[in-house]
Design a binder for this molecule. Structure first.
Ligand SMILES: [Cu+2]
Length: 119
């Protein structure tokens, strides 16, 4: 072992123990034990929201990803949510906290429509 390696090995153990203690003691470690909130994905491709209708439990975060090579939006018909213009590979997320049926469309191509059913 070179002198440098010995020094690194001697340092590594205390640093790791300190990091473990930090993680165990932080409040966020407890939060991670809670069941994580549900999530669902809608992929925008070839001028379609897929799946066009998605059914999710209350509290679900739905993330739209624009996999198309042209910009799109996801805008709630009732004004509940409104994405910015998503370029290719950009995402928009919204968490649905109330049951209901949420219709939406692409404001650039209004014939693109989709629905989120929250129950
Ligand atoms: Cu569009």
């Amino acid at each position: 072992m070179t002198r440098k390696n010995v020094w690194m090995a001697g340092l590594a153990a205390p640093v790791m123990i300190a990091m473990l203690l930090l993680v165990a003691g932080s409040p966020s470690a407890k939060a991670n034990d809670q069941p994580s909130a549900a999530s669902a994905a809608v992929k925008i491709d070839n001028f379609f929201f897929g799946p066009q209708t998605i059914t999710v439990p209350v509290g679900t975060t739905v993330t739209w990803t624009n996999s198309d090579d042209i910009p799109h939006t996801a805008v709630s018909t009732e004004g509940v949510f409104k994405s910015k213009v998503m370029d290719t590979d950009e995402k928009f997320s919204y968490t649905f906290t109330k049951a209901g049926t949420y219709s939406y469309y692409c404001s650039i191509h209004p014939k693109m429509i989709g629905k989120v059913v929250v129950q």
